[in-house]
Design a protein around this ligand. Structure first.
Ligand SMILES: [Mn+2]
Length: 254
């Protein structure tokens, strides 16, 4: 799904990202999955829209159109939210960019592979995972293009699923899960790529709020008349943004 025009919706919205289910191992991941499911049980009471802003899964691949079986607890909860009428917007991150159509076909979830503008309760939002935005990051942009190439996805599908997941978790460990609980430090507005991206973006576009993930650091930064929020992660922070009239960065405590 990709629209150049803003998608207009209204109601109570929740935004979160970077659950990285699957990392660094099944046991640690299950604890996190339980925490997220508890959170979803709380927010389903008033949520109209749920935005998952990327890296929900540390790795995702649909073998013969089926989802990886070890995310069942989370996927069942997501199905429940859909059943009570909550709309779900799933942005792929750099870890789960091989998302195909299982979630859209079976659960009616809207999938986004790129950033997208929304008009929510009459405020303009730019939403996305936030990877590869701004200048630089060229190695990463190349990797993303390589991984998005249809032939490569098809070739990976030929490898038996157990071996496929072993390869994927090797590369994932290299990038993030090697130090999953390492706390990111704020680099300052000049060096934060997403801050620089937002600063350039507001020069030629009208926007009220930016919300991205990817940074693994909860942030709220004023940029001209707009505000950039980062949803943080659920490895260290358990953070999310709630929005009805004004977005609020929240810490989830069980
Ligand atoms: Mn991430």
């Amino acid at each position: 799904m990709s629209h150049s025009q803003p998608i207009e919706i209204s109601g109570v919205c929740y935004f979160a990202s970077d659950f990285h289910f699957g990392a660094p191992n099944q046991e640690e991941s299950n604890k996190r999955e339980n925490r997220v499911v508890d959170w979803l049980d709380k927010i389903k009471i008033d949520a109209n829209h749920l935005f998952l802003l990327g890296d929900t899964f540390d790795f995702w691949f649909e073998y013969s159109g089926k989802p990886p079986e070890f995310y069942a607890l989370f996927l069942d909860k997501i199905a429940e939210l859909r059943n009570i009428g909550i709309e779900i917007y799933f942005f792929t991150g750099n870890h789960d960019m091989w998302m195909k159509n299982y979630l859209s076909k079976h659960l009616g979830i809207h999938i986004f592979k790129n950033r997208q503008t929304f008009l929510i309760n009459n405020k303009k939002f730019l939403l996305g995972h936030g990877d590869g935005l701004g200048r630089g990051d060229l190695g990463y942009k190349f990797l993303k293009a390589f991984l998005n190439c249809k032939i490569n996805i098809w070739l990976f599908g030929l490898i038996p699923s157990k071996i496929g997941f072993t390869i994927a978790s090797f590369f994932s460990r290299k990038s993030r899960a090697m130090t999953p609980y390492h706390k990111e430090l704020f680099l300052g507005n000049e060096k934060e790529q997403l801050v620089r991206f937002c600063t350039e973006y507001v020069e030629s576009n009208d926007v009220d709020f930016f919300i991205f993930g990817h940074r693994h650091l909860p942030l709220e930064i004023a940029i001209e008349k707009a505000i950039y929020f980062n949803t943080g992660d659920w490895l260290n922070y358990n953070t999310y943004v709630q929005y009805e009239k004004y977005p609020v960065l929240c810490y989830y405590e069980q």
